[in-house]
Design a protein around this ligand. Structure first.
Ligand code: GTP
Length: 235
C-alpha cells in the first residue's frame, strides 16, 4: 500500500444512495466493505463524515434560523452518520472507535488527539464526529484539521464524481479530468475542491488531497495502492 495513515472524508449526501433523505443501508454497507478491505491491508484509517443527508446549517439560515444554531444541528447530524458507520464497521468485524468534537460521553469518546493516534496504532478505525465542534466550519475543514493533527499522509475525499475537471462535466461534455493539479492552479482556475478554509489548511500544511469516486466499489483500495484513480492536489 502506498499510504500507511489516511484520513477518509465521506459526504453525508452520498450515504443517502438513491433515497432523498437519511441513510441508505446498502450504501452504508458498501462503504463499510471498502473500508474493511483497506483495514485488512493494514492501513491506519481515520474518517470524517458529513451530515448533509440529515441536516445542513445553511438550510437553517434560509428558514430564518441563526446560522450558529443550524451549524450545531448539522454537527449532531454528523454524529448520527458516524454512529451508523461505526455500527456498520463493527458488524463486519472492523474494530473502531468513535470520538466526538462535542462532548456526549454516553455515546462517544471525547476527541483526544493522542488517544486517537493510539487507537490508529492499535489498528482501530477512528471515526471523528461532530465536525470541528465549531460553527462556521464545514466537515471538510474538520477533515483537514484532523488529518493534520494525526499526521495523516493524505486526505481521501470520497465523492460522487471521479475527480476534478477543467469545467463542470455535467455542463460541458468536453471538460477533461486532471490526474494531478497543484494547489496554486486550483486557486488560479477557481476550481471547487473543498471550501477555501479547508483547502488552505491543506496547502499550508503540505497535505495532499485525492478526490475520487467512492461510490464505485473497490476504488478506495485502488487509491491506496497508488493506482491513478481520481485527481491528486498537491504543492
Ligand atoms: P486501550 O486502552 O488502548 O485498549 O483503548 P480502548 O478504547 O479499548 O480502552 P477504553 O477502556 O478507553 O475504552 C473501552 C471502550 O469504551 C471503547 O469502545 C471506547 O470507545 C469506549 N469509551 C472510552 N471512553 C469513552 C467515553 O468517554 N464515552 C463513551 N461513550 N465510550 C467510551
Amino acid at each position: 500500500m502506498k499510504y500507511k495513515r489516511i484520513l477518509l472524508k465521506l459526504s453525508g449526501e452520498s450515504l443517502m444512495g438513491d433515497k432523498s433523505f437519511g441513510i441508505d443501508n446498502n450504501r452504508l454497507s458498501e462503504y463499510a466493505d471498502q473500508i474493511k478491505a483497506a483495514y485488512e491491508q493494514g492501513v491506519e484509517i481515520a474518517i470524517v463524515i458529513g451530515g448533509g443527508n440529515i441536516f445542513r446549517g445553511v438550510q437553517a439560515e434560509e428558514g430564518g434560523m441563526d446560522r450558529t444554531h443550524g451549524d450545531y444541528m448539522g454537527m449532531l447530524a454528523t454524529m448520527i452518520n458516524a454512529m451508523a458507520l461505526q455500527a456498520a464497521l463493527e458488524s463486519k468485524g472492523v474494530q473502531s472507535r468513535l470520538q466526538s468534537a462535542i462532548e456526549m460521553k454516553e455515546i462517544a469518546e471525547p476527541y483526544v488527539r493522542r488517544r486517537a493516534v493510539r487507537h490508529l496504532e492499535k489498528g482501530r478505525v477512528v471515526v471523528f464526529g461532530a465536525g470541528t465542534g465549531n460553527p462556521y466550519f464545514t466537515t471538510d475543514s474538520a477533515a483537514s484539521l484532523r488529518a493534520i493533527e494525526i499526521n495523516a499522509e493524505v486526505i481521501l475525499k470520497g465523492t460522487r464524481v471521479d475527480g476534478i475537471y477543467t469545467e463542470d462535466p455535467e455542463k460541458n461534455p468536453n471538460a477533461t479530468k486532471y490526474d494531478v493539479i497543484s494547489f496554486d492552479d486550483v486557486y488560479r482556475k477557481g476550481l471547487k475542491v473543498m471550501d477555501m478554509t479547508a483547502f488552505t489548511l491543506c496547502k499550508e500544511n503540505n497535505l495532499p488531497i485525492i478526490v475520487f469516486d467512492m461510490d464505485t466499489p473497490g476504488n478506495l483500495n485502488k487509491v491506496l495502492s497508488g493506482e491513478h484513480v481520481g485527481t491528486i492536489v498537491r504543492n
